[in-house]
Design a protein around this ligand. Structure first.
Ligand code: FES
Ligand code: MG
Length: 578
């Protein structure tokens, strides 16, 4: 093994192994930190790709995580070099962090390729940081390990467990309904975010950390160890050790991210009741490695999977409970025992997925329910289609109301998110609980960035009557921490002239989740008349990154990546820089 290691010519030696003007140049500047000469003489150089930022509080502890990775790399004889990439803070970035996912992925891909690296450890946590780094690293295709930062500890407010996002939504509705005071609202804010880490519900961050583990691109237990638990630091250290071995083995993302790996991830997504956002992210990652994944794969593969994990927003518990119950390995084992896992799929620790989880214990069957008596029989994401969404739409049945899963109602239409916000608090709005709220122009090009606004707030007057759910349809996404009977990702989006653009107040719409149907009861002739009268909205930007985005972003059914980023280029050594 170590002989092979010594014989292998490392990519970084194209920089550091040269005994000429350029070799002087490449080594000399790095010596300003006190780096000894032997670091340049054949040690694998490991990039620690860090998304730390004070503006991304969910990744605020990543300088500590990076130190543990660094120690692991040193333990194994590698040369660690940490570098920053764009960070994507879900809470503060406007108009939506998703607008910048592809930008960050370009940053990651180009940084990996441009630098003298042999392998990479990706530090990711807050929602969009995970897909952005995986997309970039997949296109660069050097040996890579994903390390998630871990979820926060449980939120506890006045003795009650509260979950990220999920309880923000319910408490803001309580505030609007006059059930709690502003002081109580402020107190709950501090109670919810009381430790380092990402959202501790099964929102997008925890879902994507689970996808890292299910895809095999992270170590076992990556999904659930809380950020504040010392075992998160241990996992980071072991990732640092392992990446050095992976360089010797030349084990790359293209070896790990196979069609079988994505099928495992989709089934896992169903079993954890994961975020709808994972659909666009997995499609985009698959596109980078040339795996032809479609929306139909999500529907087909989820159908025989139950939702096993009783976590908010679908259920009661939080990520901390999930970890103590056995975490994702226990879920993967349950899937494998039912023949719902490609057991041979390779993972970054060198073992198969099944080797990693075959003996995984389940310590708490309330949190991780048995397959025979699942938390919810209908797992996963259902893919809808019909004349309102010719290229598909998604709904998460486990977070929806059973009585609304088959329903016909009158459309109440909003042309923009601002119009919707003005209208929902106006008691003269002509709406009742049987209506269907329809929101347009919030898709990839329309917002732009496909914001998390699909779970529209319910009209104030209906909230006061005790209404807590209604059907909502849009071309937007929703937060992974949200819930309700919400149809999302309608494709094509309204802004490019999808049928959603043609819906009018008073039209009747049928949602039938069992039949996977979303139908607008308007004749083809009438739709053709409306289409002839339709004009596209003005683009949101005439220059800059937003123009690039609008010109090149793909629709939701294709993962919302840029057309020119699909595929991978590997990491050949670039030409000399001087
Ligand atoms: Fe960062 Fe939820 S806002 S993980
Ligand atoms: Mg979110």
């Amino acid at each position: 093994m170590s002989n092979d290691n010594e014989k292998k010519v490392l990519r970084s030696q194209a920089w550091f192994g040269r005994q000429d003007k350029m070799g002087f140049y490449y080594r000399s500047f790095l010596k300003n930190s006190g780096t000894p000469q032997d670091r340049f003489e054949g040690r694998p150089v490991i990039g620690i790709c860090n998304t730390w930022s004070e503006l991304t509080p969910c990744n605020g502890h990543f300088r500590v995580i990076a130190e543990h990775v660094r120690q692991g790399v040193l333990d194994a004889g590698g040369y660690p070099l940490e570098f920053p990439v764009s960070s994507l803070g879900e809470v503060t970035m406007r108009p939506t962090a998703m607008l910048f996912r592809n930008l960050a992925s370009m940053d990651v891909e180009e940084a990996i390729r441009a630098h003298p690296l042999d392998g990479v450890v990706l530090l990711m946590g807050c929602d969009k940081t995970t897909p952005a780094l995986l997309m970039g690293a997949a296109s660069a295709d050097l040996p890579t390990i994903g390390v998630s930062g871990g979820p926060q500890l449980r939120g506890v407010y006045r003795g009650q467990i509260i979950g990220s996002g999920t309880n923000i939504i319910s408490m803001s509705e309580q505030l609007r309904a006059g059930e709690i005071t502003l002081a109580e609202f402020h107190e709950a804010e501090a109670a919810m975010n009381r430790s380092a880490g990402s959202c501790m519900t099964m929102g997008t961050a925890s879902t994507m950390a689970s996808m890292v583990e299910a895809l095999g691109i992270g170590l076992p237990e990556n999904a659930a160890i809380p950020a504040a638990d010392a075992r998160r630091n241990l996992l980071a250290r072991m990732a640092g050790r392992r990446i050095v071995e992976m360089v010797a083995e030349d084990l790359k993302p293209s070896d790990i991210l196979t069609r079988h790996a994505f099928e495992n991830a989709i089934r896992t997504l169903a079993a954890i009741g994961g975020s709808t956002n994972a659909v666009v992210h997995l499609l985009a990652i698959a596109g980078r490695v040339g795996v032809e994944l479609t929306l139909d794969d999500f529907d087909r593969l989820s159908r025989d999977v139950h939702c096993l994990v009783d976590l908010m927003p679908s259920g009661r518990f939080l990520m901390e409970d999930f970890y103590y119950a056995g975490g994702l390995p226990a879920v993967l084992r349950a899937l494998g025992e039912r023949g719902l896992l490609h057991k041979e799929a390779r993972t970054i620790n060198g073992k198969s997925l099944w080797d990693n989880v075959a003996a995984a214990p389940n310590w708490n069957k309330d949190v991780i329910t048995p397959f025979e008596t699942p938390f919810k029989p209908e797992g996963g994401i259902a893919i809808l289609s019909g004349n309102l969404a010719p290229n598909g739409a998604v709904i998460k049945p486990s977070a929806a109301s059973p009585e609304l899963m088959k329903h016909t109602g009158r459309a109440v239409v909003f042309e923009s998110v601002e119009e919707m916000h003005d209208a929902v608090d106006d008691d003269t709005l002509d709406i009742d609980a049987s209506c269907i709220m329809v929101l347009k122009n919030c898709g990839p090009k329309g917002y732009p960035g496909m914001a998390e606004v699909g779970n529209m707030p319910l009209p104030a007057k209906l909230l006061r009557q005790g209404v807590r759910d209604m059907i909502r349809i849009s071309d937007a996404r929703m937060s992974g921490t949200a819930y309700g009977t919400v149809v999302l990702h309608v494709a094509p989006e309204a802004t490019v002239g999808g049928p959603l653009a043609l819906v009018k107040n008073g039209d009747m719409i049928t949602l039938d989740v069992a039949a996977r149907a979303l139908h607008l009861h308007v004749s083809d002739e009438e739709l053709a008349t409306r289409r002839a009268a339709w004009t596209p909205p003005e683009p949101h930007a005439a220059r800059g990154y937003q123009k690039l985005y609008i010109d090149h972003v793909l629709q939701a059914d294709r993962g919302v990546d840029f057309d020119f980023l699909v595929g991978r280029s590997g990491s050949p050594v670039p030409r000399d820089n001087h």
